[in-house]
Each structure stands twice: as C-alpha cells, then as structure tokens.
Design a protein around this ligand. Structure first.
Ligand code: HEC
Length: 437
C-alpha cells in the first residue's frame, strides 16, 4: 500500500478528524465573521462618535484575538495531523492538486495574523482612519482564507467543474471552481456572521452580567445597543445560510442525494438542522429584536449552543454524504485511487512496501486487509459502526457474499478491490470480531 494505516480504537480515525474539525469550525468561522463585525461596528462607532460602543468592541477584540489566533491555529494544525494519518493518499492528492491554493492561503494567514495584532494592540494608538482600514484588511484576509479552504473542501464532495471539469485538464482553477464552491461559500459566509453575533451576545451578556438600569443605567443602555445592533447580522446570517443550503441541495449529485435519503441518521440530522434554525429565528425575534432587555447569560448561552449544534449537524452531513469517496471520483474510502480497483481485483489489494511485510498467517493477513479496506468507516468488534455487530449471526459464506458485493446495494461503500484469497483471509478475520452469543 502507499502508506501505513492508522487505527483509532472504537472511534475510527475519520471520526477523530470530524471531532477536531468541528471544534475548528466553531472557532474559524468566528475568526471570519467576528472580523467582519469588528470592522463594521468599529467604523460605525467612529462615524457616530460613540466612544463607549467603540470601547466595547476594543474589549471584544481582546477575547476575539486570543481565542481565534491561539485556538484556531492549534485546531487547524490538528486537522492537518489527523488527515495526514487517517487518509494519507487523499491528503497527498489534495496537496498536489491545490498546492497553489495553499500557498495563497498561507499568505493570507500571515496578513490576517499581523492585521489582528495591529488592530488589537494599536486600537487606541492608531489614527481612527488607519485603524478602520486595518480592521477591514483583517476582515477581508480572513474571508479570503475561508473562500480558499471552501474551494478545496467542496471539491472533495463533488469534483465536477463549474465551467470545465478538472479531470479533463488537471488544472488547479478547474478544481477550485467546482460545482459546490459557490453555495458552500455562501453557507460558510452566512454561518460565520451568524456565529460571530452569537459570540458577541455571549461575551456581552457575561461582561454586563451584573448590570441593570438601577445600578448602572449607562452600561445598560450600551448593552441594549449591542444586542439590538447584533440582531441584524444574526437574521442576515440565518437567511444566508438557509438560501445557501437550498442552493447546495439543488446542486447535489444524484448519488449523494441517494446516500442522504438512505441514511436514517442523516435524515434526523437534517431535521435537527432545520428545526434549530427555525427555533433560533423565533428566539431572536422574541428576544433581541422585540425585547433586548430580556437577554441574559442563560439566553445567550442557549442560542450559542443551538447555533453550534446546527453548524455541527450541517458539517457532519456534508462529510457523511461523501462516502464512499474521500475525494470525489478520485480517492476511495479503502485508501486507493478509483481507477485501480479493477487491477487490484486481479493482482491483489495489499502491496508489500519497505515498511510492511504481508503476514503469512491468514487471520493476520485478513486483519491487514481490514485496516486498509474497512477501517476508514468501521471499527472492528466494538465502537463506531463496528463490523463485528454489523455481521452478527452471519456465517463465512454469507460474509464472503456481503464483501463481494460491498457497494451493492450499499452505495456508501467502495467496491471490493482485492483477490479471492484476500477475501477469504478478510472473512476469517471478520469471524474473529463477531459477537459470540
Ligand atoms: C467509505 C466508507 C466505508 C468503507 C470503506 C466500508 N464501509 Fe461498510 N458500511 C459503510 C456504511 C456508511 C454502511 C451503512 C452503515 C449503517 O447503515 O449504519 C456500511 C455497512 C456495512 C455493513 C452492514 C451491512 C450492509 O451492507 O448494510 C457491513 C457488514 C459492512 N459495512 C462491512 C464492511 C467491510 C467488511 C468493509 C471492508 C471490506 C467495509 N464495510 C468498508 C461504509 C463503509
């Protein structure tokens, strides 16, 4: 095989990626949306000469820079580590195809970090006009990095080109401008602004938690202003996300739609996503818009958790509907290129390489087939979608039959890509992980 395998007991490696990626998304979207809100509100405060309001945003920027730069960077590197270990072939393919995209990305990261520090540390020292420009440079650089990453993640779901198909040219731009690029960019832009407004609610509700009209009328007024100003980006975010999701849905390939419809879990998550979006809209209208004074830390926290849950469900759906592909039409979930399947069925799925000898013992050989062919989506005897329980009660003939037709009728699985001998070994291994009773 091309690379060694990585088995994460119980959870499976891709699910570990998902956990880290979802945490990263919570912070990275804030890094973009928060940048846009700071730029907008800072400019508004300067224009209306509202010093207390501008001071609030200075205070918020501290929380913002600390969280996004430190946490965003750590979890971002975490994603690189886990994808390289869990799906090395797909990672290699993406680096080769998008190397130019990542090069641009790093340039914008550097611009972002410098602008963030200048914006925060020189908030009171820079002339107002210059400070406004720096805040906008940050916002723009952060948004461009979102756009760049979205081009790549959207390509993994659907590699068909928006104008020209990448597989005919191999050109970076044809891969980048794929069919899912625009709707996903719209969704992520809306989600960033939505999420950032929720962070602002939470931060402000905490900051002013002991403030009321009686003990501090000025800060109460300031708090109400923050809440009122933030309800507009909140609604803008929700509407943008919903429009983007509908657009995304319309462009889904028939295969992906089929995967989604067949999965009970994905249907439930879809309902959860739309249900939470509706509930949040209702709460925002009843709270911040009609009754800003009613916001307290509990309310802000509830909205925040609903927002994160909706975002996490959407990310999960987007990732899960990609099966059996790691990179659409290019790299399969069994760690080989799609165009190798036929050849490997005759010459063998496993390959010796300098780090690995093929075991002579049958069950151990089967175990190795499992690690490459199945480990990307299934745990062994216990855990996430574990094959042992899935094969409960099946004898060897039945197991062999299931694996021979791996992708039929279950289209989420790659086709069986090995020889009969490897299949036999895999079946022997699978018998050892079946529940006994
Ligand atoms: C790209 C992901 C992926 C790979 C790789 C994969 N599977 Fe699956 N498999 C799935 C999904 C998704 C399901 C549906 C699970 C569910 O409904 O809970 C599934 C279901 C199953 C089932 C349940 C029966 C069925 O057909 O629904 C068995 C058994 C199974 N897989 C065995 C295997 C074996 C053995 C391998 C390796 C040779 C393998 N899978 C590789 C994704 C994968």
């Amino acid at each position: 095989m091309y690379y060694p395998w990585w088995y994460v007991p119980g959870l499976t490696a891709p699910m570990l990626i998902a956990v880290i990626a979802v945490i990263h998304v919570f912070v990275s979207h804030y890094a973009v949306g928060g940048g846009i809100l700071i730029a907008l509100e800072n400019q508004f405060a300067v224009k209306t000469k509202d010093k207390p309001y501008r001071d609030y945003w200075h205070n918020h920027a501290r929380f913002f820079v600390l969280l996004t730069v430190a946490f965003g960077a750590i979890t971002g590197v975490g994603i690189w580590w886990t994808i390289a270990l869990a799906s090395p072939l797909a990672t290699e393919m993406l680096i080769r195809t998008f190397v130019f995209g990542w090069a641009i990305e790093w340039v914008f990261f550097i611009v972002e970090i410098i602008a963030a520090f200048l914006m925060y540390y020189f908030w009171t020292r820079l002339p107002e006009k210059t400070h406004i420009i720096i805040a906008w440079i940050y916002a723009l650089a952060a948004w461009i990095s979102l756009v760049l990453i979205t081009g790549i993640t959207a390509f993994m779901l659907d590699s068909r080109g928006l104008f020209v198909n990448w597989n005919e040219t191999g050109n970076f731009w044809h891969a980048f401008f794929n069919i899912q690029f625009l709707p996903q960019t719209l969704i992520r832009t809306g989600a960033s602004i939505l999420l950032a407004s929720l962070y602002v609610f939470l931060h402000a509700a905490w900051l002013f938690r002991n403030v009321n009209v009686a003990n501090d009328p000025l800060n109460t007024q300031l708090f109400n202003k923050i809440v009122q100003r933030m309800s507009r980006p909140l609604i803008f975010g929700i509407v943008t996300v919903l429009l983007g999701v509908i657009w995304w849905f319309v462009l889904l390939s028939p295969n992906v739609l089929l995967v989604m419809e067949r999965s009970v879990l994905l249907n439930i998550l879809l309902v959860l996503f739309f249900g939470l979006s509706g509930l949040m809209t209702l709460l925002i209208i009843l709270g911040p818009i009609l009754n800003p004074r009613s916001i307290n830390i509990g309310f802000a926290l509830c909205l925040f958790i609903f927002g994160l849950t909706a975002l996490a469900s959407a990310e999960f759906i987007r990732e899960a509907v990609r099966k059996p592909w790691i990179v659409d039409q290019v790299v399969l979930g069994n760690q080989i290129y799609a165009n190798e399947v036929k050849e490997r069925q005759t010459t063998g799925f496993l390959r010796t390489s300098y780090w690995q000898q093929l075991p002579t013992e049958k069950v151990r050989l089967g175990g190795m087939v499992f690690m490459y062919h199945c480990n990307n989506c299934h745990a062994t005897n216990h855990g996430l979608s574990a094959v042992g329980p899935l094969l409960y009660g099946e004898n060897k003939e039945k197991i062999v039959e299931t694996i021979k037709n791996l992708n039929q009728p279950n289209i989420s699985m790659p086709p069986w890509s090995g020889t009969d001998e490897e299949l036999d070994a895999l079946a022997e291994f699978l018998l050892t992980v079946q529940p006994v009773n």
